[in-house]
Design a binder for this molecule. Structure first.
Ligand SMILES: [Zn+2]
Length: 123
């Protein structure tokens, strides 16, 4: 099974390349050498499910003293993510933008690290 390249529109990207793709490690289209990655954006209903549904299912599982609600949820999420992997098209990657975003995230982590260390030393 091949996936559609967002640059040239050909079904040229392998499932393994799509599975491993990210913004810093994109899949490279064999026919046009374009960079692409999986589209991770979610539907608002999914976000509502993760925020409200997940704690609800954990509480339900706790109240009925059974693992079944959690097992069914894991199976359901596996099916949903498989369908999304198959049917959600890939998106183009801007490597320079991705590098800037990762350096920004690294800088934020560094600030938090310095803050925690200085807090630990100060006491
Ligand atoms: Zn292409």
């Amino acid at each position: 099974m091949k996936h559609t390249c967002p640059h040239c529109g050909k079904q040229s990207i392998s499932s393994w390349a799509k599975f491993n793709s990210s913004s810093l490690h994109p899949a490279i289209c064999p026919s046009c050498q374009g960079h692409a990655k999986q589209h991770w954006a979610s539907h608002p209903l999914e976000d509502i499910f993760y925020v409200i549904g997940m704690p609800g299912i954990l509480l339900w599982s706790f109240l009925v003293e059974s693992w079944w609600p959690i097992i069914i949820t894991v199976l359901f999420l596996t099916v949903i993510s498989t369908l999304k992997f198959r049917y959600v098209p890939m998106v183009a990657v801007d490597l320079s933008l991705a590098k800037k975003q990762h350096w920004f995230a690294f800088g934020c982590l560094l600030v938090v690290f310095i803050w925690v260390v200085s807090d630990a030393i100060g006491k």
